[in-house]
Design a protein around this ligand. Structure first.
Ligand code: MG
Length: 249
């Protein structure tokens, strides 16, 4: 009972935070998962900026959402054949290292690293090792957190980086299952959270964080803020910032 009251007190003062989905890309000169999109997210002063990561065949983590780029499947292609491909804004495909170096320039913006599912668990394990190793080498452990649709990746992240915050994206596990899997949060599609209205409170009672993706409509943002979501991931960070600042007044 005491812990429930404590949670209610925390929930009453907690503030939903803004995560820019694939950076702040929906603005002139930007593109999804580009370094410019991260710069724009930094300029907008968001809490966090999300990015998608895939591993090339020779072990270089790169930042891209789709598993195929320029007709080549990223995980089957060496980095040398991918490095000159450009994003829609003309930037070359970013390596995770270049992306993190930009992130390091503004430690106030957390980086939410999504490691995409790969074709085998072995490739996924390699991706987790490469990404966590790079984060460690750059000394950025405190600035990053991780998300994945792959439960194998989430579990491996907790194995290789036990202190890291790891949230699960797939939505096929209840908060209790996610807790049992040893993870730190649920990061689910907003429509799924709408069909399970008890999950936000249950996740919080278990000590899990709650993030919702990808929330672009004002009515959905308002609903999730009211529900007490810790984070909302959006393509429209400025609208969400506006709603949150109005709520504060
Ligand atoms: Mg993503």
């Amino acid at each position: 009972m005491a812990s429930l009251l404590l949670w209610q007190a925390v929930a009453a003062v907690s503030q939903t935070r803004v995560i820019a989905h694939r950076g702040f890309w929906d603005t002139p000169g930007s593109a999804q998962n580009s370094i410019t999109a991260l710069q724009r997210a930094q300029q907008a002063g968001v809490y966090g900026s999300e990015l998608d990561i895939l591993l090339t065949s020779d072990g270089v983590p790169v930042v891209n959402h789709d598993d195929v780029l320029g007709g080549m499947r990223i995980e089957d292609t060496p980095y040398g054949r991918l490095k000159d491909l450009t994003l829609p804004n003309g930037e070359p495909l970013p390596t995770l290292e270049a992306y993190l170096e930009q992130g390091k320039k503004d430690p106030s913006v957390r980086l939410v690293l999504e490691i995409k599912p790969h074709s085998t668990t072995n490739r996924e394990d390699c991706a987790v090792l490469a990404v966590t190793g790079l984060v460690e080498r750059l000394g950025m452990e405190a600035q990053v957190e991780y998300i994945s649709f792959s439960l194998n990746i989430c579990r491996k992240l907790k194995e290789f980086a036990p202190e890291a915050q790891v949230a699960y994206l797939e939505g096929n596990l209840s908060p209790d299952d996610v807790k049992r899997a040893g993870l730190d949060g649920i990061d689910y599609h907003h429509s799924l959270l709408a069909t399970h209205p008890d999950w936000v409170a249950r996740a919080h009672a278990l000590g899990l964080t709650v993030n919702a993706w990808t929330v672009n409509r004002e009515e959905d943002m308002r609903r999730l803020i009211e529900a007490g979501a810790d984070f909302i991931t959006t393509d429209n960070p400025l609208l969400l910032q506006k709603l949150l600042s109005e709520k504060k007044k």
